[in-house]
Design a protein around this ligand. Structure first.
Ligand code: GLN
Length: 543
């Protein structure tokens, strides 16, 4: 029978609930349990697909093509849970489903209300998460976005209160993740905001069983722990101190030390064998003790939100672990290359160039110049999605002399649309959920760098884009521009180019898919791993 862990947030948002859920999932899996994990987001967008990543962080894509919250990326990197459309639901998505049912007349003349109809829909999403799993789920972890007290979050908390009664109180536990701020003037950690947020939770009828206190770089003393326990009515062992820990992957080890998994198992009345975390500990040790360093230039729009390319940042950490090297990823604004600054002047400091995913026209010409620099100077180049499209345009312009070659996304009138829309994408007007999304098969070409990196003939990677390589240019690009197609999605008479590389270059590889979404610290993504290896080689050769 499935047991449930619900995680709420207190005091402020962004306290790291997603990481707490992911770490707990990892610790429970290490004890032989099968877990499922999901997140509810209280905002009105049907999914985060239309939200600006520079404000809200990256959009994470699942195999089945759902555009989801970036916390699912943490779940992916820490656990083996299957992530899908069912793993993320928003207020907008819930209301959408209820309104559609109402239009179909499924409520049989009733007045449709937040309680019970919205709350029932929320509860059905929790049940759906575990319903069709191949192996029975032992523990389902459910994260509620936002902070207790938010107006938008109320129906979710009410649904959880009911859910606990539905499945029986011993089958659920509640974790409240909260901020315990440090006040400089008095030099102490303050627990009062936590007491208030737990009180707000109790007003709704939810008593947390575990409190995870985020304390910045500080650690609570025994007396403060006891104070939180007493005021919030939880046992002392259920107060977890989550101080800032670096690297990220060492966080579950801190929770393990404080027996978070034991406490959850005790509350849920589950018996499970002790865990063997040696592989994970070994990975963290390798991450901490890297002896080499490289610098990669990520050329693109100015990024002021750390989470905008979260999965890419993490994939480089993983690739670093595999290569015993710390990867410094530095964002380089491509617009400056359009304003007279020579790419070489900026990029000569770096060991590799990355052009990552992106939309819109800003900084595009600068990105194309950066590709040219990497190609001509034999600097390792890695392109992801838009980064592959830019590489194709650069080759077409500078190796084939098609001066105005472009993507029709940027220049709809280009005489040489080397990147264009697929027929099935033409005529689509809605923005939400209409891109080429999710996992597609890719057949690798023997003898290519991509084939060597993966060590497999067929792979599957996730997509999120509208535009594609235009096959009308396939022959001339491969025959005259040195392009090698190293991966293709088989599609009868018009296979899609999924990975391209250059024949006469030490490492120049670009994929139309997003390899970052499947990278984990224990299984670094092959293209990231090999790009970092090539950059390290480039650096060592340069001396
Ligand atoms: N804007 C491009 C497209 O839609 C690339 C998208 C991306 O980089 N994810 O095809």
């Amino acid at each position: 029978m499935t047991k449930y862990v619900f995680t709420t947030g207190g005091v402020v948002s962004s306290v790291g609930k997603g990481v707490v859920c992911a770490c707990l999932g990892m610790l429970l899996e290490a004890r032989g349990l099968k877990i499922a994990i999901m997140k509810f987001d209280p905002y009105i967008n049907v999914d985060p697909g239309t939200m600006n990543p520079f404000e809200h962080g990256e959009v994470f894509v699942t195999d089945d093509g759902a555009e989801t919250d970036l916390d699912l990326g943490h779940y992916q990197r820490f656990t083996n849970a299957v992530l899908s459309r069912k793993s993320n639901a928003t207020t907008g998505g819930i209301y959408n489903a209820v309104i559609q049912k109402e239009r179909r007349g499924e409520y049989l003349g009733k007045t449709v209300q937040v309680i019970p109809h919205i709350t029932d829909e929320i509860k059905s999403r929790i049940r759906m998460l575990t319903a069709e799993s191949e192996k029975p789920i032992d523990v389902a972890i459910i994260e509620i976005g936002g902070t207790v007290g938010d107006i938008e979050g109320q129906p979710f908390l009410e649904a959880l209160r009911q859910f606990r009664l539905d499945v029986g109180p011993p089958n659920c536990c509640f974790i409240h993740v909260t901020l315990v701020p440090f006040i400089e003037a008095s030099h102490e950690l303050k627990t009062k905001p936590t007491q208030h947020s737990v009180r707000a939770l109790r007003d709704i009828g939810i008593q947390p069983n575990i409190i995870v206190c985020r304390t910045g770089p500080h650690v609570m003393g025994e007396d403060q722990r006891k104070k939180v326990a007493m005021f919030c009515d939880v046992t002392d062992d259920a107060i977890i101190n989550a101080e800032d820990i670096s690297p990220l992957y060492a966080i579950p080890l801190n929770f393990k030390k404080q027996h978070l998994d034991d406490t959850v198992l005790r509350l849920l009345n589950i018996e499970a064998p002790e865990s063997d975390l040696r592989e994970w500990i070994d990975m963290v040790d390798r991450l901490k003790s890297t002896t080499q360093e490289i610098r990669i230039a990520a050329v693109g729009k100015y990024v002021n939100h750390d989470d905008a390319y979260k999965s890419i940042n993490e994939a480089f950490v993983h690739a670093g672990i595999a290569n015993n090297c710390k990867v410094h990823l530095q964002w380089v604004d491509s617009e400056q290359f359009e304003k007279g600054i020579e790419p070489a002047d900026m990029l000569k400091e770096f060991d590799g160039v990355l052009v990552g995913p992106g939309f819109g026209t800003r900084g595009i010409e600068g990105k194309i110049k950066a590709v040219r620099y990497a190609r001509e100077n034999k600097v390792p180049y890695f392109g992801i999605c838009l980064g592959m499209q830019m590489a194709v345009i650069e080759l077409a312009r500078n190796c084939l002399g098609l001066e105005r070659a472009h993507s029709t996304e940027i220049d709809p009138q280009t005489p040489d649309p080397v990147i264009c829309l697929l027929t099935e994408q033409r005529g689509i007007k809605d923005m939400g959920g209409t891109m080429r999304l999710g996992a597609y098969r890719c057949d690798l070409t023997p003898g290519t760098k991509a084939h060597k990196a993966y060590g497999e003939d067929t792979i599957s990677e996730r997509h999120r884009h509208r535009y594609e390589f235009n096959n009308a240019y396939l022959d001339v690009m491969t025959e005259k521009a040195g392009m090698v197609v190293s991966g293709k999605h088989p599609k009868g008479d018009h296979d899609l180019v999924e990975i391209m590389e250059l024949r006469d270059h030490p490492w120049f590889c670009a994929s139309q898919f997003h390899p970052e979404f499947k990278s984990t610290p224990l299984r670094p993504q092959p293209l990231f791993r090999e790009f970092v290896r090539a950059a390290l080689h480039f650096r060592n050769q340069r001396g």
